[in-house]
Structure formats: C-alpha cells, structure tokens
Design a protein around this ligand. Structure first.
Ligand SMILES: Nc1ncnc2c1ncn2[C@@H]1O[C@H](COP(=O)(O)OP(=O)(O)OP(=O)(O)O)[C@@H](O)[C@H]1O
Length: 248
C-alpha cells in the first residue's frame, strides 16, 4: 500500500491559473475524495498528478517517489486512472481481449491469458467476455472492463474521475461496492473526484472541498451528516447537498 502526497500543485492554461498551491495527503489504503463546483479544478488535479498533463509546478509523491522521477512504464504500474465515461474510454473496434492484453504487452508482463481471466473474475465478469466488443456490453459492464484494465498491471493507486456518474443509479451502487471490495482486497489507495456527496460519504475516509482551484477545507467523512465544515463555502456545499437529498 502506498500513500499519495500532493504539495503546492499549481497549473495555468495560458493566462488562466487553474490550480493554486493545492496540497493534501492521502494515507496508504485510504479513499480520499475531491468535491467542489464545476470548474473548480478537481479533474485537473488528477490529470496533473498522473502526468497526463505535465506542465505544472509543485510535487506529487507516491510512496517515496516523485511521479516526475518515474519512467512512463513505472508510473503506469504505480498509478492508473478510471474515467467517467466507460464508452469513451474503450476503443469501439477493440475486443475486450485487446483492451486487457495491451497494457500487459506494453509492460512485458507474462501469463497474459491467466491474468486477463483473473482480471475479469475480479470485476465480476465472465471470461467469455474477452471476445466481446464495447458496444455489446452495458454501461456498468463497460465500467467493469475499464476497472479491470486499470487493475491488470497491479497498480498501487487508482485515480477515479467521477467513476459512476455516467451510470444508472442501481448500477452506480454495484460499481461503488465493487470499487470498495477491490480496494480492501488489493490494498489500493484511491483519490476520487465526485460531485455526489452521497458517494463520497459511502466510499471516502476524508475529502477535500475545492473552490476556484484551491483546497478550501479537508474534512472527515463524518463531517457530512452533521455538516461539520468550518469554512463557509464547504458548509454551503454540504448544506446544498443535504437539502437536495432531503428533497428526493
Ligand atoms: N486543457 C485545458 N485548457 C484550458 N483550460 C482548461 C483545460 N483543462 C481544464 N481547463 C479549465 O480548468 C478549469 C478546471 O477544470 P476541471 O475540469 O479541472 O474542473 P472540475 O472541477 O473537474 O469540473 P467538472 O466538475 O465540471 O468536471 C476550468 O475552468 C476548465 O475550463
């Protein structure tokens, strides 16, 4: 299990400064949430910390290593991402076998057939799905494949960017439960973006509230139910979410 430490992460796109000295620590094996209004910079934190975008300042460490010091191959075996839209993140003309075998080939990992079968089993899909294509799967099944693809290289850390928000409510619960089971079984550390405080409450130990590219407050999960935030913006965000839930 590895911790994640993000220190003074700042980034600008042209003249627009999008992240301002974002810092937070995630303990080994913890699930840490990022919440905040649209455009507050949550996904940008994940994109920078995973080096999908590398023109930032500050430091991101996983275990005792900076993500900048890692080779691309090392980084892939340390850190994987799961995105919101499982259809968009799977190539429509690639069978599930191709989707799952590619990272194994790139990483030169042997025993590919066994690994692919195990990866599908881990996410609750039958092995004969290897010969299917993304359009032959439901949204939830596609997200299970995306999770299997992320886990097949046995990373230490998963960055989850709204992993359930494109799914039906009943399927959301299945994917949340799957992610929670896998974290325990494989000793993973999660950093998860979500706009849904109910999902954060269910999955995360702690979470950061972001506003306009800054971390406003880091809170324990328990702060949601009684709204224990001390900063006005974080309090308003939690209040709005609690009111919305009451209205449902
Ligand atoms: N590649 C880019 N070029 C220019 N601006 C960008 C780029 N990526 C993100 N931004 C801007 O950075 C800001 C933060 O975007 P980001 O996607 O991180 O927000 P978010 O909090 O994840 O929002 P949402 O909840 O809507 O996904 C936004 O103003 C966005 O327009």
């Amino acid at each position: 299990m590895k911790p994640v430490v993000i220190s003074d992460l700042s980034v600008a796109f042209g003249a627009l400064r999008v992240l301002h000295d974002v810092s937070f620590d995630v303990a080994a094996g913890e699930c840490f949430g990022l919440v905040g209004e649209s455009g507050s910079g949550k996904s940008t934190v994940l994109r920078c910390a995973s080096m999908l975008w590398s023109k930032w300042t500050g430091e991101v460490r996983i275990g005792d290593r900076s993500v900048r010091e890692m080779s691309a191959a090392d980084r892939c075996r340390t850190l994987q991402m799961v995105f919101q839209d499982p259809f968009g993140s799977l190539h429509p003309r690639h069978s599930i076998r191709t989707v799952l075998s590619e990272p194994l080939k790139i990483q030169n990992i042997p025993d590919r057939d066994d690994r692919m079968a195990q990866a599908l089993c881990d996410v609750g899909l039958p092995v004969d799905f290897l010969d299917r294509y993304p359009h032959q799967l439901s949204g939830g099944q596609r997200q299970r494949v995306a999770i299997a693809r992320a886990l097949i290289v046995e990373p230490d850390v998963l960055f989850l960017d709204e992993p359930t928000s494109a799914l039906d409510v009943s399927v959301q619960a299945e994917i949340i439960n799957l992610l929670m089971r896998l974290r325990g079984e494989k000793g993973l550390t999660y950093v998860m973006v979500s706009h849904d405080l109910a999902v954060i409450d269910h999955m995360c130990d702690r979470f950061a509230v972001m506003q306009a590219g800054r971390v406003v407050e880091v809170l324990n999960r328990e702060a949601i139910a009684g709204n224990g935030a001390t900063q006005a913006y974080a309090r308003d965000l939690i209040d709005a979410s609690l009111e919305y839930e009451r209205a449902l």
